[in-house]
Design a protein around this ligand. Sequence first.
Ligand code: SF4
Length: 442
Amino acid sequence: MSAKTFREQLKGDRLESGFAEAKPPYSQSEAQIEANRCLFCFDAPCITACPTAIDIPGFIRKIGTNNIRGSAKTIFEANMLGTSCARVCPVDVLCVGACVYNDLNSEPIHIGRLQRYATETALAKEAASGRKLFEAKPRVGKKVALVGGGPASLACAAYLELEGVQTVIYERSDLPGGLNTTGIAPYKLDTEGSLDEVDWLLSHGSEIRTGVSAGSDVKAEELVSEYDAVFIGTGLGKDRMLDLGTELSPYLLGATDLIRDIKNTSGFEISDIVSTVLIIGGGNTAIDIAREMAGLNVENVVMVYRRGEKDMSGYRHEMEGARKQGVRLVENATPVQVVEEGGRITGLEVTTDGESQVIACDLIVQAIGQESLVARLGFDIETNDRGHVVVDAETKRTSASNIYAGGDCINGGKEVVNAAADGREAAFSMLRSWGIEPSLAR
Ligand code: SF4
């Protein structure tokens, strides 16, 4: 790491700085009132709905008795990225969606906001007092390389460090954190919040080497021979782009590139000539960028999806939120080609049931998925027909005995909480393969 912390490398003149938080943090009294509404259900469905199976009634009960340190430990034992997950998890379709209050026609418990209260309060106290929530055990003589510095690798590395395993994370970007740093909608989690969490995760002992690309700067075979195990948590690569009959330009972009610029690029702006943005896609990335464009006061934001709304993979509650911000959806429209005039994009030709129409726009953003990065890394492991790494569902072990993988590179793009769960499972599998029973296993 350079002399500057990752947070200090960020510039203030980033577009994301202008977004207000969608859900501001709870005060102590708000958190306690909400915690005391919980029914502390036996066989709580909220736990089952959480990919990391956090003991949700357990951590909520501790908030109720003002044992915030204990509450945060309960969360982190199951999910080391509990701080960011509290803000970025799609709780409406996970824990909150499963809360029994939904069946009682009452407001479900705001689990994400309680989790945020517990984790942020406990980490602020840890920083102020120097009394750590978790102490790493003495070294056990094993070392692990982790490829990619996103949620899966960070979770895996933290659990390994706590058991005394030396870890080195290789991250090709200058800023670590993966999608939490580059791809989460700013009104959910800003880059500062992601980098603060990264600093805390690394504080358990991991080394991170940023600006280092596995596969080129460091070869796969070097990692395999130098380390006792390797974890691949690279996420996904470049945006997939449809051939729309023209070159890429500042007005024909990939969604993840644009989101990254909004979040992290100093001085980045949306040009004044843009009054209509057209977004191709029906997933959560498409909805996210649509909502960000609306939040940046672009006059018209239009999503174009090739099938009907019911077929969209994006969450319904997010689409409802987008609509409330004025986003329009054009269904059953297949993009054909960009329409240009005088060197500028003026529209997108689409077809619906064989009928062609041109939707006027100044900027087109493609959000139809991302390419796999794994082939470029050079590991001799099995991948599926989409280029994703094949792993054993329980151990996260690949077809090579000392190589593990997790996160988007195995699932093609799920949630941060899924990546955190994969990282934890891979760490525990490695430890068990060395005869070490993880102390945080339940
Ligand atoms: Fe509390 Fe709802 Fe979970 Fe029951 S389902 S334990 S009420 S959060």
